[in-house]
Design a protein around this ligand. Structure first.
Ligand code: ADP
Ligand code: IOM
Length: 388
């Protein structure tokens, strides 16, 4: 493994690569870390291969196993700080898990008239304590994780009670339908393929869902588990409350990997901390037509994805807007940050539709976080698409 040869050389010389891996992996760091090995057998190559092979990665770095976060801290820490907006001068610190008082949530339906928000989803990732992540998992270990998780499903009762569907037994047509409905994951991300994400596919993979199909669990998609609550419309409070209830029940049986400094340990460093991503699928034709759309979302600590997830395009003007930060804040704060950010985007969309043609960047601020990171005070004339 040498930075002067093959794919590494191409990576180091690549122009236009904007990943956090490219930004933080210097040649010196590569040389210093390349021979280190972790207890689960992971290597630096396992962690960086996805970003090296896919130069359009956003992060480009995965943990081969929980130990990667300490053995390769010299590379992971700057990437973690950069992604989660932790100031360089401050230590990485995850507060204790805190879902807030779900019986006293102040979230209102974000779109009671159903004009903009198609659906709302909140998910957390969880990995079982004592196991590695995809590059170091074997077929047997994946099956073990699946078995332990299936045992825990037995504790879900009432509206959460459901059935586990193994991908090994699932017909292609059924898989396709579940994917089209945004319920099921797929096996065609080249980012994940690079790091053994689809080894032994579909062994050990599957999906649990309840009768209403508003609570789901993915097994061995990337992280060992994704616990997901979702429904049509914009009632974030109902979606979040259901998720918290299910996560707490699952946590009674399963031991989740957690680190005091980094929070819940996940395969991708973008998911560390709370591992929580609260998203809406929303139609915002006017705001999304602004040149400043992505920058506006960044200022609100929001992330923009396409209709079918990361690295996909918006279809029919439907964007996936979610909280970007997952580490350095509590679960209730992460979801609240998304709530206020999405409210602002909706407000902008409404103002545009009423004919206001000016977007004031100096007013773009997440009223929840109250962070004064807005330096650009230019009032910019916006382009309104002619929708008449
Ligand atoms: P994650 O990392 O949160 O699991 P991905 O970006 O990989 O998310 O998306 C996973 C699936 O979830 C995709 O099919 C995506 O379209 C779907 N999804 C995400 N947010 C929503 C939402 N608010 N409503 C419906 N589907 C959603
Ligand atoms: N790991 C995945 N969520 N993603 C951040 C891939 C990438 O680096 O683009």
């Amino acid at each position: 493994m040498s930075e002067g040869t093959g794919i590494y050389r191409t990576f180091f010389e690549a122009e236009g690569c904007r990943s956090l891996l490219k930004k933080h992996l210097t040649r010196g760091k590569f040389e210093a870390l390349k021979e280190k090995q972790i207890s689960f057998g992971g290597t630096l190559d396992d962690c960086i291969r996805s970003g090296v092979e896919n130069i359009d990665s956003l992060v480009g770095l995965y943990a081969s196993d929980p130990g990667a976060y300490t053995t390769f801290a010299g590379l992971f820490d700057p990437v973690i700080k950069d992604y989660h907006s932790v100031p360089v001068s401050e230590p990485i610190r995850q507060p204790p898990c805190d879902f807030g008082n779900v019986n006293e949530l102040s979230f209102k339906d974000l779109d009671p008239e159903g004009q903009y928000i198609v659906s709302t989803r909140v998910r957390v990732a969880r990995c079982l304590h004592g196991y590695g992540f995809p590059p170091t998992l074997t077929r047997e270990l994946r099956e073990e994780i699946e078995k332990k998780t299936c045992e825990a499903f037995g504790k879900l009762t009432g509206a959460l009670r459901g059935t586990y569907h193994s991908l090994t037994n699932m017909k292609e047509l059924e898989q396709k339908q579940l994917m089209d409905e945004h319920f099921l994951f797929h096996d065609h991300s080249r980012f994940r393929r690079s790091v053994g994400g689809y080894d032994d596919w579909p062994i050990g993979r599957g999906i649990f869902y309840n009768e209403d199909k508003n609570f789901l669990v993915w097994i061995n998609e990337g992280d060992h588990l994704r616990l997901i609550s979702m429904q049509k419309g914009g009632d974030l409070g109902a979606v979040y409350k259901r998720l918290v209830k299910a996560v707490l029940i699952m946590g009674e049986t399963l031991a989740f990997a957690r680190d005091e400094r980094l929070g819940f340990l996940t395969f991708c460093p973008s998911n560390l901390g709370t591992s929580l991503r609260a998203s809406v699928h929303m139609k915002i034709p006017r705001v999304s037509a602004q040149d400043s759309f992505k920058a506006t979302c960044e200022k609100l600590n929001l992330q923009v994805r396409g209709t079918h997830g990361e690295h996909t395009e918006a279809q029919g003007g439907v964007y996936d807007i979610s909280n970007k930060r997952r580490l350095g804040l509590t679960e209730i704060d992460a979801v609240t940050e998304m709530y206020y950010g999405v409210k602002q985007i909706l407000q902008m969309e409404k103002e545009f539709s009423e004919g206001h043609s000016v977007i004031q960047d100096n007013k773009t601020q997440n009223t929840f976080s109250g962070r004064s990171n807005i330096e650009d005070t230019v009032t910019r004339r916006s382009k309104i698409p002619d929708t008449r």
